[in-house]
Every structure is written in structure tokens, then in C-alpha cells.
Write a protein of this length. Structure first.
Length: 96
């Protein structure tokens, strides 16, 4: 018996603190190294549903529209549209 398609998929992803380190004396053979730490908040939460045409609602609409177009192109998805509802979004990358 075939499994029914879910009405929606919810994707949750934690934010990440990226800690860059500089190897000033060059002893490691490179100038930079890094470490990333996942944190509980803030996070990104996206709800994905099939749709007649592509639509994006919620936070960070421009970024999400760009990502949706890239994903669809990479996956060869041409069968209908996708509705992305961005319930939460981590801030865009910002370095110190």
C-alpha cells in the first residue's frame, strides 16, 4: 500500500556561531582555521507545501525566493509550485 504524501514538511535548523581563528605565525601551514557551534536559539523554521505557483511568505522573503529558485533548478523540479512559509529565520550572516 503506497504511503500518503504529507500535507506539509516542517524544517527546523539551529543557528550556528562561527568562530574564526587566525594562525598568526603560520605554524599550521595555513593562515585561518575555524570552529562552528550549533545553538538552540535563534533558529530557522520553514514549512514547505506543494502549490499551484511558487510563493514565499513570512520572514526573509527575498533570501527564501532565491533559495527556492536554486533548489528547484538543482533538483529539476518542474511539477507545480512550492509554497514556503518562513515562520522564523536567523539573521543574515554578520561578522564582527
Amino acid at each position: 500500500m503506497p504511503t500518503a504524501m504529507p500535507a506539509a514538511i516542517v524544517i527546523r535548523a539551529p543557528a550556528r556561531l562561527h568562530l574564526g581563528f587566525v594562525d598568526l605565525h603560520g605554524g599550521l601551514g595555513r593562515r585561518f582555521g575555524s570552529l562552528g557551534l550549533a545553538i538552540d536559539a535563534p533558529s530557522t523554521e520553514v514549512v514547505v507545501r506543494r502549490a499551484v505557483v511558487d510563493a514565499v511568505t513570512g520572514a526573509e522573503i527575498k533570501r527564501a525566493q532565491t533559495a527556492l529558485a536554486r533548489f528547484k533548478d538543482a533538483l529539476g523540479f518542474t511539477d507545480g509550485g512550492v509554497h514556503l512559509r518562513i515562520d522564523q529565520a536567523i539573521p543574515a550572516h554578520a561578522g564582527l
